[in-house]
Structure formats: structure tokens, C-alpha cells
Write a protein that binds this ligand. Sequence first.
Ligand SMILES: [Fe+2]
Ligand SMILES: [Fe+2]
Length: 340
Amino acid sequence: MLSVNAIPSAIQTPLNTPPGELPHRWLKHAVWRAANSCMLGGLISWPLEQSWVRVEQLSMPLHNLGRPFDGARLVHLSDLHCGMLVREKHLRRHVEIVNALDADFVAITGDFITTGSRRYARTVAKVLGDVKAARGVVACLGNHDYGRWHPKGWGEVKGIADYLSERLTNAGISVLRNASRKFVVGEAMLQFVGLEDYWSGQYDAEVAFEKVDCEHPVIALAHNPDAAPQLAAMGAEWILSGHTHGKATPDTRFWDIVYPTRYKQFIGGRYALGRGSLLYVNRGIGNAWRVRAMHLPEITLFSLRNATQGQRSLLAPARQTGDRGAHSVRLPHRLHQLEA
Ligand SMILES: [Fe+2]
Ligand SMILES: [Fe+2]
């Protein structure tokens, strides 16, 4: 757990608090529980707790990763939710942390805004324009970036996704909407694929992968982890997601209607998908009306590694730096039909 004011030294320190837990202070726990029960979990971005954030450090083994990219630093952000509850000042603090991490790449997996407001689209683009990454910043959109909070399109604000994308692009961010971007150094190539959100009605993995060469490493950005098994089957070695805010979707009829979730086992952290693919679900740095439950904002720092020595051996160092290790999940039978 890191104080914003102590980032440079603290990021080298193994984390010893299980991801997502707040400090054991009974009063704060009581406040958060009361806030969450009143749908006011966005208080986490208010002064009461805004000085806390977790920086997760993980290895990212990739097969055939060229030497120029071996050791590159990739910072992953998600779910900024710029809006009434998550203000510019809160986001700027996180941008300062990102810039202290000396990233080669920054990947942002959507939900830049919450309510479909153009004002907040401008704000978040302005803040993210200050993100520094030696090689580039790539992003995909999340459901809230279309105004949507349900796959049936409830809440959609016409044109907001295009408006936001344009603003982010003008701020120097590659917004990948069913598209890919290649980074090439000599013979080496690293590819990012970004998907339209799974609930947007525009999600199309076939189109997104059209220009991808699976002989070279592929990192997919998909806001909703429900897309991950399909993207793994299409050749993504890593899938970066967000959307859950580190919170499980209750297995009840009510939640199945208001918040349909296909793979409820994807909550937060790292998951093995089979065939060597891995999913990382970022717990996000902002908030929304679907509140977090006692989870700190998270920034994830990946260290890219060539996996020629075998993925299993390369996962070990991640555990030593405080990671809980990959979660293995048994996926439904229909996934295997999808992969076939
Ligand atoms: Fe979100
Ligand atoms: Fe979302």
C-alpha cells in the first residue's frame, strides 16, 4: 500500500498487504461500509482516502518477445470514471504516480468517464495528456464511455464515444476501437489490440485482429473481462481488463438482470486462461455508482519478459514481489467450443 507522497522509494518495496484491502483501522472500515451500503463508495476519491493507492508489480512473460522490448515497463490503468465523484485533482495525483514509474508503455482499459458528459470527457483527456510513456499510450473504451451501463444500451449517449476518442487522440493516446497498433524495432515487434466495449454493440474481435501477426507477441485491451476467453483463443497472450472494480457480481437473479456477467470468476488480479494466455483484471483508480467494496485504487506495473525460458518459471518472480500468483479458473464448456 503506498502513500502518494512516497511513491519513488515505495514502488521498490514488496507489497505485503493483500490486494484490495484497506488499512486495518476500524473507524475507516465503519465509514466505508456505511458509505458503500448507501451507494456512496465514490467517497474513496474524496479527501478522506485520496492519498492511498496500490501499485501492483508483475512480470509479463511473452513468447518471442524481441530483445528491444525485453524489460520494458508497461503501466496499466483502468476505470478512471472522471465525473462528479472522481475529480480532476484525484486523477492528476494518479498521473503523477504513473509518471514516476518511468513507463515505456501505458495501457488504459476504459471507463474514462461515468455519465456520458462531454465536459468530463474533455477533463479526462486533458489530464491524460500529461501521461508520459517513452514508446506510447494505448487505450480501449469501456461501457461508460458510450454512456451505457447495461448491454441492452441503457443510458447510451449518442456520439459521446466518438467525442471522447477524438479528445483522447488529440491528447496523444492511441484509442484502439476494434483495431491494433504495432511497435516495431528492427526485427522485433510488439502488438496491442484494442476492442470496442463488450456491451457497446460494436465489439468485433475478428475486425480487431485483422492486421495482427500472431507470430509476434499480442497484448489485448478489453474493458470487460467477459471478452477475455475469446481474445485468448484468437491469439492474445495477455488480456488487460478492468470493469469489475475488484468486486464480484452476486450470483442472484436480480444482478443477472441489471449487471449481466458471463464469467463471474474474473474479479481482480491475474487469471490463467489456458493455452498459455493470461488475463489481468485491474481494480481501477476511479469509481462509479457500482461502488467498490473496501478496495483501494490500483495502478499496475508490468515488466515485459521474453518467455523463451518457459512461462511457468517467469511467473515465479512476480510472487516474490507481492503478487498472489495467477488464479486458475475452470471455464465453461462453451468456451472450448468457441476455441475449436
Ligand atoms: Fe468502471
Ligand atoms: Fe465498466
